[in-house]
Design a protein. Structure first.
Length: 714
């Protein structure tokens, strides 16, 4: 462990032949107080945990060592979202120790509790309560031990900064380290620990700097591609030219003649390996292969018609009132069709893994959001028992939902097994765009109506290939129906030519773009200020609060759109968090280019664990949201991906960043909610509404490129 709180503790390279499993965990830790969380937590964590499939069979390990340091073992991983800090804050507060005394070990399948993965803004919401309960139980254990040590009843003792002392005499005391030293005390949490209330917080709720910041800015942080054991080979794998293509023949003889090159042609995988990555790249270029490539079924321009044609039966998600009655009451009817194309995750770190086989154990260091599911997939792929595969997750350089499948880890493990050498597979940027899953192209159709009093009386909402996330109705609509066509994990993948999957708040960005654009169009028709129209049509107190908080910071002034000012408003709900955005934009009518000058984001996320971390997440969401809003789109023709690098896939740059202001709306009556995704979901809508306010042109497709804006202006 380290005394530097800025360094995240990651397991070192295991020694040859090491094989560590959870059944050996307590034995190997030696002295210290160990708390195991090994109960069915469904009651503790609530109904939402069960319905979202979050595991209820935790084994959450918390160890207090003889030197007083506390190690937290979490199956969650750190990919830039900041939970390495916020989870440590939770544990420190409940234990009554300093934050600097906490060490975090994350995403190691041999050391950490099972976790299905880090996604969906679930870490703080669902793992957080379990961790806090385990820490509270550990403190109760320490009080009991201190009572015996000091020979005084527990109710006469207080706990502060890793020390138990007599409340009436602070000099009569014992430290956590003294209590833990030389003992092996194992306690299993029963799920009934009493955690602190908000007024009792001493570490939670306070702004804390990122614990991983110094390591990352100084280059000391290790990612999967930084780990280089002796004798490691770099692998380059032959790829198909298009999705759906098949390899007809391959000639690797020229590559095999290069000195030091290892050629693998096994089970459909063709790869070349070398101790020098450039030599491996050169060898790959010498492979001659012929492929069968199917003709294009559709492309990035015709994909939306394709999705509608294969949609199948819709599924009702929300139903209230009667659509026919709503139409009868409507004095104005509105129809809108909103679409977005495919989006890439485009993380800074491409998918990377290092695999090493020693002593019958395959150890894989992988940039993954799902170490435990990856462990199972690797074991199945190489024919190993799960307990003989260990996945270690170093820092992950961005995931956004894309680093879940783990193909690179399976490839590395297969090659390590075949060659007997440590093997690294690091995708090139072109491979990243080809092999990673995409955010699916999708369509939303809305038919809505206003009555004579300017109230929404009809809402007929249909979403194709994006799911229902964030489409829930918080406006007061008496006749409401939401239908989805295609489910994640089943029908949606069949609607596409290549892999699709979660992309930071899956489906929510399009759903909110569609709903809030439609709401804006209705407000304009009713000649009502867009903020006032929203407030007139919702009685949801949380939504009203975030809208009013955003308006207060923004300095919103009432006007009917389009007002030529270039201001917009949009709001949404995601991961239990309410969020409202307001934006200022300018539009160059000659070129169609859009410049976003300012965005205010107000967010109610319940109890806030780390205000600084929460604001960073909000700012990051806004930044990434501008990408899907204005520029990010994958071009393709059939199974051929035409977008292969950042010269054709434009992500936001510092030069294009607006002034971003964040407002955390206080709500300590609500447990902590998600923070990694909510602020991204209204970005497309708020920019579209601001463009309409500036120009009178309504955009129905994302990204809203300069060409599309210029076309809309006509």
């Amino acid at each position: 462990m380290t005394d530097d709180p800025s360094v995240v503790v990651a397991p070192p390279l295991p020694s040859a032949g090491s094989s560590l499993h959870r059944r050996d965990f307590v034995r190997l830790l030696g002295g210290g107080i160990i708390v195991l969380f090994n109960a069915d937590l469904s009651d503790l964590l609530g109904q939402e945990t069960r319905t979202r499939g979050y595991p209820t069979d935790f084994n959450a390990y918390l160890r207090i060592a003889g030197d007083g340091r506390v190690t937290i073992y979490s199956g969650k991983i750190e990919m830039g979202q900041g939970i390495v800090t916020s989870l440590a804050q939770m544990a420190a507060d409940e234990l009554a120790v300093s934050l600097n005394s906490i060490d975090m070990v994350m995403g190691d399948t041999a050391l950490c509790p099972f976790d299905n993965g880090t996604y969906g803004s679930m870490s703080t919401r669902f793992f957080g309560p379990a961790l806090r309960a385990a820490a509270a139980e550990a403190k109760a254990v320490l009080l009991t031990l201190a009572s015996e040590h000091l020979k005084t009843p527990p109710d006469t003792l207080s706990v502060e900064d890793g020390m138990v002392f007599l409340t009436s005499d602070r000099k009569t005391r014992v430290t956590f380290g003294q209590l833990a030293k030389g003992q092996k005390i194992v306690r299993t949490l029963d799920g009934k620990a009493v955690t602190k209330s908000v007024p009792e917080f001493r570490v939670m709720g306070r702004p804390e700097k990122r614990r991983d910041a110094r390591a990352k800015v100084t280059g000391r942080a290790q990612f999967a591609g930084d780990i280089r054991p002796p004798g490691m080979l770099f692998a380059k794998v032959l790829r198909l030219p298009a999705h759906g293509a098949a390899l007809k023949s391959v000639d690797t003889s020229a590559a095999a003649r290069l000195p030091g090159v290892v050629v693998v042609n096994e089970g459909g995988m063709v790869a070349v390996l070398h101790t020098d990555p450039e030599a491996a790249e050169k060898a790959l270029a010498l492979i001659h292969a012929d492929f069968d490539v199917p003709g294009p079924a559709f492309d990035d321009k015709t994909v939306f018609a394709h999705l509608l044609s294969v949609a199948g039966e819709g599924e009702e998600r929300e139903k209230k009132g009667d659509l026919a009655e709503g139409e009868k009451r409507s004095v104005s009817l509105f129809e809108g069709k909103y679409v977005n194309g495919y989006g890439a995750h485009a993380p800074i770190e491409t998918h990377t893994a290092l695999a090493r086989l020693e002593g019958g154990t395959m150890t894989v260091w992988s940039s993954t959001q799902t170490p435990f599911p990856s462990q199972q997939a690797i074991a199945q792929a190489i024919g190993f028992a799960v307990e003989n595969v260990r996945v270690i997750t170093p820092f992950v350089g961005g995931g956004f939902g894309g680093k879940s499948a783990g193909l690179q880890a399976i490839e590395a493990a297969k090659l390590a097994k075949l060659t007997g050498k440590p093997v690294q597979v690091c995708w090139s940027r072109a491979e990243e765009f080809f092999l990673d899953s995409f955010r699916p192209a999708a369509v939303v159709r809305i038919r809505s109506g206003l009555d004579g009093a300017g109230r929404i009386c009809l809402w007929d909402y249909q979403v194709y290939a994006a799911g229902s996330r964030s489409s829930e109705q918080f406006y007061d609509v008496p006749n409401n129906l939401i239908r989805t066509y295609g489910r994640w994990g089943s029908e949606i993948p069949k609607m596409h030519l290549f892999a699709t999957g979660p992309w930071r708040a899956p489906g929510a960005n399009l759903n909110v773009f569609a709903r809030e654009s439609q709401i804006d169009a209705m407000a304009a028709k009713a000649k009502v200020d867009p903020l006032e129209f929203r407030l007139n049509n919702t009685s949801d107190k949380r939504m009203r609060r975030v809208l009013e908080a955003a308006a207060g910071r923004f300095g919103w002034k009432k006007a009917v759109a389009p007002s030529s000012r270039g201001v917009g408003v949009a709001c949404g709900i995601d991961a239990g968090t309410y969020v409202a955005l307001m934006a200022e934009v300018s539009v160059d009518a000659a070129t169609g280019s859009v410049k976003v000058g300012r965005i205010v984001c107000a967010q109610d996320m319940g109890v806030v664990i780390n205000p600084d971390g929460a604001k960073m997440q909000m700012e990051g969401c806004v930044m990434m949201g501008l990408g899907y809003t204005l520029s990010e789109e994958v071009r393709f023709n059939g199974g051929r991906i035409l977008t292969r690098n950042f010269d054709t896939y434009e992500v936001p740059r510092f030069s294009g960043m607006p002034e971003i202001e964040t407002v955390l709306v206080k709500n300590d009556e609500l447990t902590p909610q998600g923070g990694g995704e909510p602020a991204i979901v209204p970005v497309g809508a708020v920019v579209a509404n601001a463009i309409f306010d500036a120009t009178g042109a309504r955009l129905f497709q994302m990204p809203m490129t300069a060409e599309r804006v210029k076309e809309a202006l006509k």
